[in-house]
Ligand binder design. Structure first.
Ligand code: HEM
Length: 399
């Protein structure tokens, strides 16, 4: 079994299309592989990924401390955000923002998100050319999350740069420290938000940063560094992921014209089509967990001090769970994919991501009824990260 496995996130061919490489992983128990001093479990089968993500007692989200020479000394030193914590800390941190991310609160954002999408497509129409990444997908989510955080629109390009640099580093072996370039960007972002936090403390507004500052000041549940880390998580997690849902989803539609036509004929299928985009080619390929003691999963003993890659994108192609998993089917039902994870860390931004994607596709289909790939033979070019999968560009024809 282990001999057949080829899993190299730095291999450009693997990154361009990891799905064929998941096949052998879906055929048996999770293999254990070693890279230098590190031990990895490659968890791919749907049953194993869901069981592993639910077992937060044995599979921790807390990254083990780095060796002393690699300890990071910047603004975020010692901070924890909810993604990287276990209960009870995780539950406390998550509670602080959960009321801002309920489906009802998120629905209130709908008119504003529509307005942003409309403005972006007005520009596309005026120029007569459309790259869905540059003109829509890269801009919409960052604009929305920046507004939620109360950041002025003129800072959006700087935000995007911070977010892209931080994300660009995630082909590091999980658990290894950030590169100096990333540390620099993290510190810049830290400086900006440290100043903002002080401003909102003096002058609270209706934004998320003010709400977090108030929660922090009342309850003392978060350190200053935690607060910064939290805001950064929202910025990064709410940005690139949704961008890539719009891009990867459009590529799936453009490469499957029969499915695209079915959706154009019946736009009411859109919510289901978006679930299929998430399953078929989701923005997050894999998340990670850490073991402190040996744990059994899917017939494998994962040793202590190992890193378990929970490959949600592989689980979403598992034939034991999905009929014809390689087929992109906009009418797929049921579709219990794990693109947003599972268990206590299930994506808190899922309602927002779904809403933004729905609005983006509705707006595009209504404005450009003949929307299609500009060059159906185009070989898609992906950005650098394996963990967050997304396109550099995707030119579309709108005539
Ligand atoms: C299509 C878009 C998105 C996808 C595919 C996605 C995927 C995921 C996944 C797989 C996890 C679980 C990670 C783990 O268990 O280790 C997660 C967690 C999280 N996501 Fe998303 N996400 C998306 C959009 C968003 C948005 C829009 C936001 C916020 C504005 C967001 C904020 C978060 C946060 C804060 C967590 C951590 C939750 C926790 O630890 O309890 N995500 N996301």
């Amino acid at each position: 079994m282990a001999e057949e496995v080829h899993f190299n996130i730095w291999d450009p061919e693997f990154r361009a299309n990891p799905y064929p490489y998941y096949g052998p992983l879906l055929a048996g128990p999770p293999p254990i592989v070693t890279v230098g001093p590190m031990t990895f479990a490659l968890v791919a089968r749907y049953a194993d990924v869901t069981a592993g993500l639910r077992d937060h007692e044995h599979l921790s989200s807390v990254q083990p401390p780095p060796p002393p020479e690699q300890v990071y000394e910047g603004r975020f030193k010692g901070s924890r955000n909810m993604l990287g914590s276990d209960p009870p800390q995780h539950s406390r941190l998550r509670r602080l923002v959960s009321r801002d991310f309920t489906p009802r609160r998120i629905r209130e954002l709908e008119p504003r998100i529509r307005e942003i999408a409309k403005e972006l497509l007005d520009k596309v129409e005026a120029k007569g050319e459309f790259d869905v990444m540059a003109d829509l997908a890269n801009v919409l989510p960052v604009t929305v999350i920046a507004e939620m955080l109360g950041v002025p629109p003129e800072l959006n390009p700087r935000f995007k740069h911070w977010s892209d640099t931080i994300i660009g580093g995630d082909n590091n072996v999980p658990g290894s420290p950030p590169s100096p370039k990333i540390v620099r960007v993290i510190d810049e972002l830290g400086d900006y938000f440290t100043a903002e936090i002080e401003k909102r403390r003096a002058n609270p507004g209706p934004d998320l940063v003010s709400a977090l500052v108030a929660a922090h000041d009342e309850g003392e549940v978060m350190s200053e560094a935690d607060l910064l880390s939290f805001v950064t998580l929202l910025l990064v997690a709410g940005n690139e992921t949704t961008t890539n849902l719009i891009g990867n989803g459009m590529l799936a539609l453009g490469s499957n014209p029969d499915q695209f036509d079915a959706l154009k004929r019946n736009p009411a299928m859109l919510p289901r089509a978006i679930e299929e985009m998430l399953r078929y080619d989701g923005p997050v390929q894999s998340t990670v967990r850490f073991t402190t003691e040996a744990v059994q999963l899917g017939g494998t003993e994962i040793p202590a001090k190992a890193i378990a890659l929970m490959i949600v994108a592989a689980a979403n192609r598992d034939p034991a769970q999905f009929k014809d998993p390689e087929k992109f089917d906009v009418a797929r039902d049921p579709n219990e994919h794990v693109a947003f994870g599972e268990g206590i860390h299930f994506c808190i931004g899922a309602p927002l991501a779904r809403l933004e994607a729905r609005i983006a596709f509705e707006a595009m289909l209504a404005r450009f009824p003949r929307l299609r790939m500009k060059d159906p033979a185009m070989k898609p070019v992906y950005k650098g990260s394996y963990f967050l999968r997304g396109l550099e560009s995707l030119p579309l024809a709108i005539d």
